[in-house]
Design a protein around this ligand. Sequence first.
Ligand SMILES: [Zn+2]
Length: 131
Amino acid sequence: MGTQAVVSVTVGGRTAAKVVCGCNGMNAGRLAEAVRKLKVIPSSGEFFEMARDCDLGCGDCLVAMDAEMIVGGGGGLDPDDLDGGRYRATFDDPRFNPRWARGTADHVEVVDFPIPVEPAEDLAALAEEMG
Ligand SMILES: [Zn+2]
């Protein structure tokens, strides 16, 4: 199926990790849900594996990236588009699909984590409650 998807993890609105695919994009919601449960920013390698587990994209089109690394791309993608090209240039826009210049995708999911994540207060309250 030719459904494209972009799934991004942002911290305070800033892109921290992004997955892009050209098929099976309807599973983007599953990946977004998995990241929400994870509660931490996945590395590009981890994000790639999670996307595979959610049946997002395929070996040819699935790409995961974070601020440093780009993983995947299989065959069929121009490495110039990946490295130093549009994928990297548009990374900061969490909703942009770098597979083509228009930047749109059928399925777009953005999981935003607030900064900072502070579980300490809740834990203290819980400890008090439990005596
Ligand atoms: Zn594919």
